[in-house]
Design a binder for this molecule. Structure first.
Ligand SMILES: C[S@@+](CC[C@H](N)C(=O)[O-])C[C@H]1O[C@@H](n2cnc3c(N)ncnc32)[C@H](O)[C@@H]1O
Length: 208
């Protein structure tokens, strides 16, 4: 079924020029290298990348978990088609994470890199993402900037994504709880937004 979310067309239109936009694939790789410790990905893990766009970060994730496998999904057909053309060692699929999710996984890591604010139904997306996780799996929401910067940037762009915001830091515990997840870590500083949730029985008691 065709997705009526206006963001599909918004991102379809951006797809062709996406790789020319900053941060470049190389810059992203360098910045991900800096955050390798907090990411704590391990060889052999399975990873689902949600909102992968043209796959600018997919190769980095595929290398980090090899010989484990990456599945990368996006609801923009134009983005996914450009990602597929890169011959990255990952399985690319066109999926709306806020819509019906066919059973998938389970994954060790579900990674929303530069994508979570755009999910039109964030509680629904969290429930879908939770259903893809192993009992001891990790859900990560990550940006290479603070939440204030990300939210300000989207408001400035306006249009279909003008209202696409990260939840307030105090709102994460309840949002995660609604999806059977608990907050493990939340970092919000100039160079990094990093939120990790885990299936409730595995989560620590709260914000760190
Ligand atoms: C800002 S772009 C980031 C793309 C990529 N992660 C990157 O850093 O280059 C956000 C991506 O999320 C995707 N997206 C937004 N809502 C989505 C949804 N409901 N399901 C799947 N993908 C979605 C968009 O199509 C877009 O490619």
């Amino acid at each position: 079924m065709k997705c009526a979310d206006p963001r599909v067309e918004f991102f379809n239109r951006l797809a062709e020029n996406w790789d020319n936009e900053e941060p470049s694939t190389q810059t992203m790789a360098m910045r991900l290298d800096w955050h390798r410790e907090v990411l704590d990905l391990k060889p052999g893990q399975s990873l689902l990348e949600v909102g992968c766009g043209t796959g600018k970060t997919t190769e980095w994730f595929a290398r980090a978990v090899a010989p484990g496998k990456v599945t990368a999904v996006d609801f923009s057909p134009a983005m996914i088609s450009l990602a597929r053309a890169k011959n990255i060692d990952a399985d690319f699929k066109c999926v709306d994470i806020c819509g019906y999710m066919p059973p998938d996984g389970p994954y060790d890591v579900v990674m929303c890199f530069h994508s979570f604010p755009h999910f039109r139904d964030q509680p629904g997306a969290l429930r879908n993402l939770r259903s893809c996780l192993k009992p001891d799996g990790r859900l990560i929401v990550m940006h290479l900037a603070s939440s204030a910067h990300i939210n300000g940037f989207h408001s400035g762009v306006g249009g279909a994504i003008g209202g696409d915001l990260l939840p307030g830091n105090d709102d994460w515990p309840a949002m995660l709880q609604g999806a059977g997840l608990g907050l493990v870590e939340l970092i919000d500083r100039a160079d990094l937004f990093f939120m990790e949730g885990r299936p409730s029985s595995k989560a620590a008691t709260g914000q760190t």
